[in-house]
Write a new protein. Structure first.
Length: 302
């Protein structure tokens, strides 16, 4: 008899001892277990803590490809989910599993939900999290896009560039920080002006450890270097914290070839004709022998 069959047999008995358990795995690998039972439970190597105040609304499930969804409500506590972690985005898109469990015999259980956190909002003394099913991924664009710029993520599988290569990242100590997004350094030389634009700032220590920001501006001057992020990091960064700054890529073929020497892995189509070329049409007053179009394409190829 399978675990689920044993649970169904228990439910058919008329006298039940069931509760719900949730496992939450954040993107940084931190794993949490919750249950609405009044004592802790354990199975699959994870302890599901009681007294966390986590509950769930009725789950909407359907056949086909429509998205399963529900909501989870929870209380904020220093031992489990904290307001600081929610504000920092540490629980964004975390993987979630939910079981119906016989608390008198935890081997009798059935998996009711498998998905991820969607939008998370803070409530009075707690939080409200949207739960999204596995079919939510079908709402995302699939496959490659035919465009002139590169579609790969710098350093990712499609790109293949090693971001640990000498000259493409540096680890420094925060000297000055404003609004959690404007970093100033008295001396950060050895890199060209705008070298880090489009790159990342990864926080290595402090209360914001693990958070990542995208570089908007990188300016080198006689007074030092200023690096500005597109958005403020959602946790406090203090002077003395360690960060890693990584070089950026604007996804152009020339940047891939000259800055990273990675042209063979370029994932764009730089010679696709532009919109002006596609919408052009011949005029009787012009010399219609294709010269200007041919020269523009050959110029790109060169």
């Amino acid at each position: 008899m399978t675990d689920s069959e044993a649970l169904y047999t228990h439910l058919a008995s008329g006298t039940t001892t069931v509760c719900r358990c949730w496992a939450v795995v954040r993107k940084d690998g931190q794993t949490y277990g919750f249950t609405d039972h009044d004592t802790d439970l354990e199975f699959d190597g994870l302890v599901f803590a009681a007294g966390t105040g986590l509950t769930a609304n009725a789950l909407e499930q359907s056949t086909g490809l429509s998205v399963d969804n529900t909501e989870a409500l929870g209380a904020l506590s220093s031992a489990a989910v904290t307001e600081t972690d929610i504000q920092a985005g540490r629980f964004d898109s975390a993987a979630v599993k939910a079981w119906l469990v016989n608390w008198a015999n935890t081997s009798e259980r059935v998996l009711q939900f498998n998905g991820s956190f969607g939008e998370i909002t803070r409530a009075v003394g707690g939080f409200r999290a949207e739960l999204r099913g596995l079919t939510e991924a079908l709402n995302q664009p699939q496959g490659r896009v035919y465009q002139s710029s590169c579609s790969a993520v710098l350093g990712g599988a499609g790109c293949g560039f090693d971001m640990t290569s000498l000259g493409y990242s540096t680890e420094v100590t925060v000297e000055s920080i404003d609004d959690e997004k404007l970093f100033s350094f008295s001396a950060l030389e050895g890199f060209d002006d705008r070298w880090f634009e489009g790159g990342r700032v990864v926080v290595l220590s402090g209360s914001a450890q693990g958070l990542v920001g995208v570089v908007k501006n990188d300016r080198l001057s006689s007074d030092g270097r200023t690096i500005e992020l597109w958005e403020s990091l959602r946790a406090e960064i203090a002077v003395g914290d360690q960060i890693r700054i990584e070089a950026g890529c604007d996804r152009r073929v020339d940047t891939c070839r000259l800055k990273f020497d990675n042209y063979l892995n370029f994932q764009g189509f730089p010679h696709i004709p532009g919109e002006d070329w596609l919408t052009s049409y011949p005029l009787s007053s012009d010399l219609n022998e294709g010269g200007s179009m041919n020269s523009s394409i050959s110029g790109e190829s060169a």
